[in-house]
Design a protein around this ligand. Structure first.
Ligand SMILES: Nc1c(N[C@@H]2O[C@H](COP(=O)(O)O)[C@@H](O)[C@H]2O)[nH]c(=O)[nH]c1=O
Length: 161
């Protein structure tokens, strides 16, 4: 059965980028995947001064509002890199936090869908025809972690916190 998620307080809320699971990427701690993702929009852009402000945002909602402000200039390659940026952050989240890693792995091979009523890129949109790129990333990360797990069994290595 397809697994739908969206808000953090709903079922499978830990799959939302707004969930309170900090990540460390390239030496910097980010409160949520959403903080990291929104800040990456401005790397190398003339509005890069907003990055530390997004980093310090009190909530992921605030980080998203700052990153979505239309008057700021996004990095030129944003549309090309955004899916890779998101995948790196989501993979890091599930490698870092054991409890939610187990929830993700326990979904087996079920389809995972971000049930956003508005977003047809990261989610499925109101009519469920959206691209669901976040759901696809989560399923891809699920596979990647299984591969890493198999590798760690073979080499007696272990996934670390
Ligand atoms: N979960 C969730 C949202 N969805 C998230 O919004 C992000 C896309 O942002 P943008 O590329 O700026 O449109 C991406 O992380 C997607 O998963 N949006 C919300 O306003 N509230 C929410 O609870």
């Amino acid at each position: 059965m397809t697994i739908y998620f969206y808000k953090v307080w709903q079922p499978y809320g830990c799959f939302s980028n707004f969930s309170s699971h900090p990540i460390q990427i390239h030496g910097t701690y980010w409160s949520t995947v959403e903080h990291y993702y929104q800040a990456q929009k401005f790397v190398g852009s003339k509005d890069a001064v907003i990055i530390p402000v997004i980093h310090a945002a009190a909530t992921p909602e605030e980080a998203a509002a700052l990153g979505r402000c239309n008057s700021r200039t996004l990095r030129l390659d944003w549309d090309v890199v955004k899916t890779q940026v998101m995948r790196e952050a989501v993979l890091k989240k599930f490698l870092t936090h054991t409890d939610i890693r187990e929830i993700l792995l326990a979904t087996g091979d079920e389809m995972i869908v971000e049930n956003s009523p508005t977003d047809y890129f990261w989610g499925c949109g109101t009519d469920k025809t959206g691209n669901n790129h976040l759901g696809k990333i989560l399923m891809n990360v699920r596979e990647e972690i299984r591969r890493l797990r198999l590798y760690s069994v073979i080499t007696s290595d272990c996934l670390t916190e």
